[in-house]
Design a protein around this ligand. Structure first.
Ligand SMILES: Cc1cc2nc3c(=O)[nH]c(=O)nc-3n(C[C@H](O)[C@H](O)[C@H](O)COP(=O)(O)O)c2cc1C
Length: 359
């Protein structure tokens, strides 16, 4: 579901970029100011808005940021924002609730780091609630990694990850009754790649999917800083350019062969793949899958690893059943698929202001 997944722009188009990699334009400075605002450290005596700001740095589908936050005396509620659904790629809101889980996990880590309980529960009404009652301070390495975590949809350097690091990652990936299935064997990774390509091909053949994706792409830093959401082209290694041009080129050059080829290179450059499988196939389970992913991603960041989602096999129902067979998990629903390895740091995607998400 991504631009990355859709690096529609041939390298030769880089010359059309309005923002050269070396130069710094006015647009870049607005982008930098937003980035600076959103990644400020959480003060020793934080306000609710500081905790919420760290929550919003979580991963979320298409970077629509489908969340709202409401503070009560004892907890902060994490609510879905129905206006920010992605109905084509995520018709049942699976990714939306996983995204809420990612945000709740960040919020919990930030609360604990500043002397609050941070206990998380998911209510029957479909909301996450994070306790802010006083508790001993617990400032974890995962908390410190929150502003550094990002998805890096680039080619990695093929290095394998030491066994002791995998053990650490596996421990956090299997939090909250979620199973993190690690695949490092080349043949099995290749089998998952086949499903990524199958899913991607079906999605790119669907005009509604392509239109939804295109709507969420931000083609230049000005655009990214104006909306503070969406998939910023530079984060996926694409050149930036005026929106009108980006859209035109997307329409002409975005095709499944190029995308599939890119996925093949990306997966083959990765050290491994982890599939997250929650204990229940419902909103609570999807939320927990997001929480477990977020912990995995933060631990990976601590360990100097990069990661990116390759969710096509869980987004297309027919391909999802093939993934279930491949993993031998019966009818349990695989929630999220993530590759990891050693790779480059990329320009970050932006987040909306705290004022826009506190209700
Ligand atoms: C539930 C969920 C599904 C996602 N699916 C994909 C995906 O299929 N492909 C992809 O490249 N990124 C995917 N992402 C990553 C988001 O696009 C990314 O988190 C968002 O753009 C913000 O960027 P950041 O994580 O670098 O801060 C997904 C994230 C979440 C939480």
């Amino acid at each position: 579901m991504t631009l990355h997944r859709r690096s529609f722009l041939a390298a030769s188009l880089a010359g059309l970029a309005t923002t050269s990699l070396g130069g710094c334009t006015y647009e870049d400075s607005i982008y930098a100011a937003v980035l600076d605002e959103m990644t400020q450290p959480v003060p020793a005596k934080p306000e609710i808005r500081d905790l919420v700001r760290y929550a919003t740095l979580a991963a979320n589908g298409h970077n629509t940021q489908p969340w709202q936050f409401r503070a009560h005396r004892d907890d902060i509620v994490v609510l879905p924002d129905q206006a920010r659904r992605t109905p084509v790629v995520d018709p049942d809101d699976h990714h939306l609730y996983a995204s809420l889980g990612c945000a709740a996990e960040n919020l919990s880590l930030a609360a604990r780091a500043r002397g609050m309980a941070g206990a998380v529960r998911f209510t029957p009404a479909g909301q996450g609630r994070v306790s802010i009652q006083p508790a001993p301070r617990d400032e974890s390495s995962l908390f410190a990694a929150i502003p550094k975590r990002q998805c890096s949809r680039m080619i990695y350097d093929r290095r394998s990850v030491p066994a002791h690091v995998i053990r650490r990652l596996a421990a956090v990936a299997s939090s909250y009754d979620v199973e993190g299935v690690f695949v490092t064997d080349a043949k099995r990774m290749e089998a998952i790649l086949t499903l990524v390509i199958d899913g991607n091909s079906r999605q790119v053949d669907d005009p509604a999917f392509v239109a939804e994706l295109r709507d969420w792409i931000r083609f230049n830093p000005d655009d990214a800083a104006a909306t503070r959401d969406g998939l910023y082209a530079a984060s996926s290694g694409n050149p930036t350019m005026p929106t009108w041009l980006g859209r035109r080129l997307f329409d002409v050059f975005f095709d499944k062969e190029t995308e599939n080829d890119k996925y093949a290179k990306q997966v083959r450059s990765s050290a491994g793949i982890v599939v997250f499988i929650a204990a229940s196939n419902d909103k609570a389970g999807w939320f927990n899958a997001g929480r477990a992913y977020q912990r995995f991603a933060l631990q990976a960041t601590v360990d100097g690893l990069k990661h990116a989602f390759i969710n096509q096999p869980v987004e297309v129902p027919a391909v999802r059943s093939a993934l279930q067979s491949l993993l031998g998990i019966g009818d349990r629903r695989p929630n999220l698929v993530v590759r990891y390895g050693y790779g480059p740091v990329m320009p970050k995607s932006l987040r909306r202001s705290v004022d826009a998400v506190i209700v």
